[in-house]
Design a protein around this ligand. Structure first.
Ligand code: KIV
Ligand code: NA
Length: 274
């Protein structure tokens, strides 16, 4: 398993960091077999595998349930778990309690937290000091979608761009081990990546981040119906899955499955008195 320290070194060596989300045992197993550097149990699981409208409905319990399944499979991969909506805003005590629950119960290697408010900065410092590595997340922060007014590119004007540079530097100063940059212009992502020593991991943030992250189901087109501009679909796994299930349904309807090959038999001699 790669460590926090190795991720810092990968940035210095210009070696890209690869990250993908996973939400359950089989997805984590395959991600690990494909040798990704980091797995993210993102709160995107709310939309992707639970069918919620947004990440706002995701609970601490949801994150623990899915996080545990992922770490059972990804025994040799660095796993980051998202802290969900409002689990780190009510009070510092409650934030620390939630962080402890998620970190201890999932056995993850780090937690991810959206934003760079004063409260988030001091939480980042406290968690890091307590031994919980923090991955930050700025730019488009989906938990704040109702404040941001939709899923839009962030940091497009000078003022907003300067704010994001400052936020990234402040998060680094408060101990963050890496920063996810979501939906920011590629030029800005490049500047941020140059101005901080910790790795940036981009999603919709261009080629010049220190790493990239995408949602598992998006790159596979697995049960998703709309892909954002920044997602490259590497396959369309829904089509072969659907074909296989249609075949199964048809064969059952037509008494073609299960044949002898897939059935158990009984000794004739016991059968005659039955
Ligand atoms: O929840 C998630 O999947 C994420 C990534 C898209 C960065 O936060
Ligand atoms: Na997330």
């Amino acid at each position: 398993m790669k460590t926090n320290l190795q991720f810092q070194k990968m940035k210095q060596d210009n070696e890209k960091i690869t990250m993908i989300t996973a939400y359950d045992y089989p997805s984590a197993l395959i991600a690990q077999q494909a040798e990704v550097d980091m797995i993210l149990v993102g709160d995107s699981l709310g939309m992707v595998v639970l069918g919620y409208d947004s990440t706002v409905q995701v609970t601490v319990e949801d994150m623990i349930h899915h996080g545990k399944a992922v770490t059972r499979a990804a025994t040799n991969t660095f796993v980051v778990v998202d802290m969900p909506f409002m689990s780190y805003h009510i009070s510092i005590e409650e934030s620390l309690r939630n962080a402890r629950s998620i970190f201890q119960q999932t056995k993850a290697q780090a937690l991810k937290i959206e934003g760079a408010s004063d409260d988030v900065l001091s939480l980042t410092r406290k968690l890091t000091d307590a031994g919980i590595p923090v991955v930050s997340h700025i730019g488009l922060t989906p938990q704040s979608v109702h404040v941001l007014g939709g899923f839009k590119v962030q940091g497009k004007d000078k003022e907003a761009a300067e704010k994001l540079v400052k936020d990234a530097q402040a998060l680094q100063a408060h101990g963050a081990m890496a920063i996810v940059l979501e939906c920011v212009p590629k030029e800005l992502a490049k500047i941020i990546s140059e101005r901080v020593q910790i790795p940036t991991i981009g999603i919709g943030a261009g080629l010049d981040c220190d790493g990239q992250v995408l949602v598992y189901h998006d790159i596979l087109q697995y049960g998703v119906n709309r892909l954002p501009k920044f997602v490259k679909p590497y396959t369309d796994i829904s089509t072969p899955i659907k074909k296989a299930i249609e075949m199964y349904v048809k064969e059952v309807k037509q008494d073609e499955f299960p044949t002898e090959k897939f059935s158990y038999t009984m000794n004739e001699e016991f059968l005659k008195d039955l």
